[in-house]
Design a protein around this ligand. Structure first.
Ligand code: NAD
Length: 177
């Protein structure tokens, strides 16, 4: 393959500064990057509050704010499938061809390695704080989450009333338990 193309896949619930750093760093190594928005079919749950479309908006606005040339990236929503053993084939079908996969997720690494892809583990950036779980927890508890996400994510969450949504989901779960 003449073009060096890298794949990053993540739920990005929500898109945070760690995801941003991984994408910008990867762009230094590849000609083009494919950003797979994982578990695209899931939204409106405490673990996955935001839709694939909303997450795509967060990523696209971040890349625009960072002045990344739109010709250098693809953002592809990626639904989960039940059968892990054929997930790589499913991903391949949905994306442009790629040579290298960048992931810190051990299942993702394993599945692509078994299909003989080059897999690289991105350096962790403040992994304890820059984590979707930590950020969603802070959103529910009205603690500082804003410092952990790019400005673009804050803007999109305002547009979609995202904090009210996750707090409502949390309230609903408490009422039902
Ligand atoms: P995530 O949003 O937690 O992370 C995305 C990527 O960013 C990961 O590689 C992670 O290591 C990296 N990252 C996150 N925070 C970082 C930080 N602070 N510093 C450096 N790197 C950081 O998403 P995820 O859970 O890894 O997403 C995997 C997706 O693949 C999920 O949607 C999952 O459902 C999907 N998947 C599906 C199947 C299937 O359908 N059968 C199988 C395997 C995986």
């Amino acid at each position: 393959m003449t073009v060096k193309r890298g794949l990053i896949i993540g739920r990005m619930q929500p898109f945070h500064k760690g995801h941003g750093q991984v994408i910008l760093k990867t762009l230094e190594e590849v000609d083009e990057i494919i950003i797979g928005v994982g578990s695209a079919q899931i939204s409106h749950t405490l673990k996955d509050p935001f839709t694939a479309g909303e997450r795509i908006m967060m990523i696209k606005r971040f890349l625009a704010e960072e002045d990344v040339d739109p010709l250098k990236y693809y953002i592809v929503p990626m639904e989960d499938i039940e059968i892990n053993a054929i997930w790589v084939a499913h991903v391949k079908m949905m994306t442009p061809p790629f040579n290298t996969v960048y992931s810190g997720n051990s299942l993702v690494q394993r599945l692509f390695q078994e299909e003989n892809y080059e897999v690289k583990s991105p350096l962790p950036y403040s992994r304890k704080l820059l984590s979707g779980r930590e950020i969603r927890k802070r959103m529910i508890e009205n603690k500082d989450w804003q410092s952990l996400v790019p400005h673009s994510t804050i803007e999109i969450l305002k547009e979609i009333d995202g904090i009210n949504r996750i707090q409502h989901l949390s309230q609903k779960e408490q009422n039902e338990s």
